[in-house]
Design a protein around this ligand. Structure first.
Ligand code: BTN
Length: 318
């Protein structure tokens, strides 16, 4: 009932009297008052003025299923949402839910993670309500070695969503770092469950520094708030990310990876430049000439030999 009262308040342009709300739902005004108080406790700002009634002013800055699904214009992503005020990692939850049969598009959100993880065994710092930490489950009909395409696809979608909401130009550093002026803003982590010739499911995790103050960020990292000097509405950004991922995923399913790769190239921060690839104890230096249809990076070494890189970190070579 509380959720129904909230939806009803959302629809109103101005004040709505307690009497009208109680008539709408055939419940007492005392019951309405109880629900309104509960909503206030959850962080909704609701004006209550004698003789006028109630007016919803704003919602909490929390990525609750209710806030995220409100007018969310997607058909697949976020149709089912799991929300955690705190969890170890949304990847763990997503893996568990996938194995239990959660449908494609299921979304797992957390306000904070105690063991957020990044690529190559790194930690992902996930302070409460500052960033966006999500995992989503996809069940694509692809071969296991094609999953890097999905990582690149999600990086493109995130860069476009951030641009739409903040106006900032985000670039992508292969394979999945989201950068603003060479500082890391976010990253994408893909984990999969597959048999030899087919993918059962893919979990894609996204971490974005949204309203983190610079003082709390690792060196060489940034947040959206630091870049535009304004608090960024996380819910709006999250919804846009879901819309863009779904749009790209549809393109991927209908037209293949080609159009996505083209967009990735446009957003890439290092194609055409001299780079160094570090992977465990190996290093390669050369010019990053392209990304291949399977998502691997092609590096032309000084010998002229073109190396295909499937994992690692890249940095500008001096
Ligand atoms: C990277 O750049 O190395 C990838 C970082 C991915 C972080 C996100 S936050 C949500 C999801 N849960 C995790 O534990 N990791 C991913």
């Amino acid at each position: 009932m509380k959720d129904k009262v909230l939806s009803f308040l959302r629809k109103q342009e101005g004040f709505i009297s307690g009497e009208e709300i109680s008539r709408e739902f055939s419940i007492s005004r005392a019951a309405i008052w109880k629900h309104i108080n509960q909503l206030k406790k959850e962080g909704y700002k609701i004006l209550a003025v004698p003789h006028l009634g109630y007016k919803l002013e704003s919602g909490p800055d929390r990525l609750t299923p209710q806030e995220v699904s409100y007018q969310l214009d997607t058909k697949l992503l976020g149709k089912k949402i799991y929300y955690y005020a705190q969890t170890s990692s949304t990847m763990d939850e997503a893996m568990r839910l996938s194995l239990e049969g959660a449908p494609e598009g299921t979304l797992i959100l957390a306000e904070a993670q105690t063991k957020g993880r990044g690529r190559l065994g790194r930690d992902w710092y996930s302070p409460k309500a500052k960033g966006i930490y999500l995992s989503t489950i996809l069940r694509p009909k692809i071969l296991p070695n094609e999953t890097p395409k999905l990582t690149l696809m999600v990086a493109v979608a995130c860069a476009q969503a951030i641009n739409r909401i903040t106006g900032l130009h985000v670039t992508i550093k292969w394979p999945n770092d989201l950068l603003i002026k060479e500082r890391k803003l976010g990253g994408i982590l893909t984990e999969l469950n597959a048999e030899a010739d087919s993918v059962k499911f893919v979990v894609i995790g996204i971490g974005i520094n949204v309203n983190n103050p610079r003082s709390s960020l690792p060196a060489k990292a940034t947040s959206l708030k630091e870049e535009i000097n304004e608090t960024v509405p996380r819910i709006e950004l999250l919804k846009r990310i879901l819309i863009e991922i779904e749009r790209c995923y549809l393109v991927f399913q209908k037209e293949g990876f080609g159009p996505i790769l083209e967009q990735w190239r446009q957003l890439s921060s290092m194609l055409g430049t001299r780079i160094r690839v570090n992977y465990k104890k190996e290093h390669i230096e050369g010019v990053a000439i392209d990304v291949d249809m399977d998502g691997s990076l092609l590096v032309r070494k000084d010998s002229g030999f073109i190396e295909r890189v499937i994992a690692g970190d890249i940095a500008r070579a001096r």
